[in-house]
Design a protein around this ligand. Structure first.
Ligand SMILES: NC(=O)c1ccc[n+]([C@@H]2O[C@H](COP(=O)([O-])OP(=O)(O)OC[C@H]3O[C@@H](n4cnc5c(N)ncnc54)[C@H](O)[C@@H]3O)[C@@H](O)[C@H]2O)c1
Length: 318
């Protein structure tokens, strides 16, 4: 189903709109006929990610920090029907090193978004939460939304606490919030030079002829979901009347060693990985139960790992 067939045109602010997932969400929503305003402080975002959307779909890019008063005034002026909040500091290791900065960006940044929505009488806020970190080390797999939540890093704690703030804003001010707890997202525009995003980092190194590094023994299992499927989940959450946390992933686990092999096959890389000690706070396994998304949003991941990796490699080779 194309988004244009099911959705009345809306005014939408997408924070973090020049980033990896944000720009894919902007493209998807603009293609559905919505009026989209991307907000990004450009700390990691790139204008190139949005150039097509700005040139051909009339998307407006506003360079602002979501914590700033100017951001809240901007949202009041735009008066959006929906805010999609993706702006965040996304580096789990940096959060371990600098928890105050992480909380400032990810908790206070989101409170500023909630306050902006309240000030603009916006009905709905969609938030990128993190299925890979909010639950902590799971007792059983796949992890459902009602699993015990014991995040092991400041990043996971920040994302977890947003679920409680969202409930508060729902109860106190009638704001509908959906927190999409994403698995490990990969796909075009992910930064291959960054600290996060193992797929982009593996491909980046393989395509440059460098040796990819595996932290730990490579048996850690993650749930890799393709970014276009994630963008579709945001569109569906927007058009639904669902509220609360919903896992968005595939329900399938892939070890880092397996991932290395499929990536290497995709770009015909013949080398071997090097191994370094496991990182602090890293989980052994994370696979998410995506039954709630299927039941409430009619959403299922469409893109298999091999297919998604092929598309990602094609993008990175261009
Ligand atoms: N990539 C994943 O696998 C994954 C998994 C779970 C959750 N998430 C969440 O999805 C969201 C998007 O992540 P991404 O992978 O696209 O990362 P990204 O770094 O590409 O996107 C984040 C964007 O937010 C912008 N930004 C950061 N702080 C800002 C601020 N204070 N004000 C305005 N803009 C700001 C950055 O410039 C960047 O463009 C984040 O909330 C992240 O926590 C990502």
């Amino acid at each position: 189903m194309s988004p244009s067939k099911r959705s009345q045109p809306k005014r939408i602010v997408v924070t973090g709109g020049a980033g990896f997932i944000g720009s894919n969400v902007v493209d998807h929503l603009a293609a559905g006929g919505h009026t989209v305003f991307a907000v990004d402080d450009m700390s990691r975002g790139r204008e190139a990610n949005l150039s097509r959307a700005v040139d051909s779909a009339g998307v407006h890019l506003e360079k602002l920090d979501v914590r700033a008063r100017e951001f809240r005034s901007f949202v009041r002026t735009v008066a959006p029907d929906v805010v999609v909040h993706l702006a965040a500091q996304i580096d789990v290791r940096r959060a371990v090193q600098a928890p105050i900065d992480d909380a400032d960006q990810n908790i206070l940044g989101t409170l500023s978004v909630f306050e902006a929505a309240r000030g603009a009488d916006t009905q709905t806020v969609l938030i990128a939460s993190s299925g890979g970190t909010i639950y902590g080390e799971p007792r059983k797999l796949p992890v459902g939304e009602d699993a015990r939540s014991r995040p092991t890093t400041p990043y996971g704690i920040s994302k977890r606490v947003l679920h409680d703030y969202a409930s508060f804003y729902g109860a106190a001010y009638g704001l509908r919030t959906v927190l999409l707890a994403l698995g490990n997202v990969y796909g075009p525009r992910q930064d291959p030079y960054g600290e996060a995003g193992v797929v982009a980092i593996f491909f980046g190194r393989m395509l440059r002829g460098e040796t990819p590094v595996i932290y730990g023994d490579g048996s850690q299992v993650r749930d890799y979901v393709y970014v276009a499927d994630v963008a579709e989940a945001f569109a569906r959450a927007m058009d639904s009347d669902v509220a609360g946390g919903v896992n968005i992933a595939t329900g399938k686990g892939t070890s880092v060693l397996e991932l290395f092999k499929v990536c290497a096959r995709t770009v015909r890389y013949k080398g071997r990985p090097s191994f370094e000690p496991a990182r602090l706070g890293e989980l052994q396994a994370s696979v998410l139960d995506v039954g709630l998304a299927a039941r409430t949003l009619g959403w299922k991941p469409k893109t298999g790992l091999a297919q998604g990796l092929k598309r990602t490699a094609a993008f990175l080779s261009e």
